[in-house]
Design a binder for this molecule. Structure first.
Ligand code: ATP
Length: 208
């Protein structure tokens, strides 16, 4: 079973990496691919360039078996849409089960994504809890999606796509926004993200 973790990763931090590792282990994924968005939809342009965000991700996953970086959205012109990314992956992997991993904040906005109705047909959805986003009211289309498709994690590997499962992960209240703010104020960002990424940020004078 293949897992996909999309995001801006501006920069990647432990709030991405630890839940992703727990998803890899709990769901017994063969591989988890981080997919940086070139030009994200529905949010401001990233501060670091695509190449810099890719370089930071590669530093972050180095040495972790099962983790990989997939740069296909950077190779595609225009805005990055997850539905297109999943469709292109589906062409490559045939009927192999595919899981899209989302934090609960991202899931709560899923119904605003471009062509979002295609996503459950292309992949399973795994919602990893993010502090501050648990127990919130979901929009009606997402409540309906959960009611129709929620299943146990073990059920995901029995079909290629279509299930939704919620995963409780170590709650880490870390965001890239906060890291950029700290840098902007000249404050220390150590222990919020991998040391190699922190060094890269310093060497390239990012987010100052
Ligand atoms: P920003 O603060 O710039 O919006 P972010 O820290 O939210 O960034 P993104 O790259 O936008 O990070 O997020 C990518 C994915 O990671 C999303 O699915 C998001 O829900 C998830 N995610 C990010 N931070 C956490 C966290 N601390 N815990 C759980 N999931 C997270």
């Amino acid at each position: 079973m293949l897992g996909i973790f999309g995001g801006t990763f501006d920069p990647v931090h432990f709030g991405h990496l630890r839940p992703a590792l727990e998803a890899l282990e709990t769901l017994a994924l063969d591989e988890l691919r981080f997919v940086p968005a070139a030009r994200p939809n529905l949010r401001d342009a990233p501060m670091a360039s695509p190449e810099q965000r890719l370089a930071m991700l590669r530093l972050a996953v180095a040495g972790q078996p099962g983790f990989a970086v997939d740069a296909r959205e950077l190779a595609r012109p225009g805005v990055s849409y997850m539905a297109d990314t999943l469709a292109s992956l589906r062409e490559e992997i045939g009927e192999r089960p595919l899981c899209l991993i989302l934090g609960s904040d991202a899931f709560a906005r899923l119904h605003r994504w471009h062509a979002w109705e295609r996503i459950p047909r292309l992949a399973h959805i795994v919602v990893a809890h993010r502090p501050g986003w648990d127990g919130q009211d979901l929009a009606a289309p997402l409540e309906a999606l959960l009611a129709a498709r929620e299943c146990a994690p073990e059920a995901l590997r029995q079909r290629p796509a279509g299930g939704i499962t919620r995963l409780s992960v170590t709650p880490l209240d870390i965001s890239a926004t906060r890291i950029r703010e700290l840098r902007g104020q000249g404050r220390e960002i150590r222990y919020l993200l991998p040391e190699a990424v922190r060094q890269y940020i310093h060497e390239h004078r990012l987010y100052t």
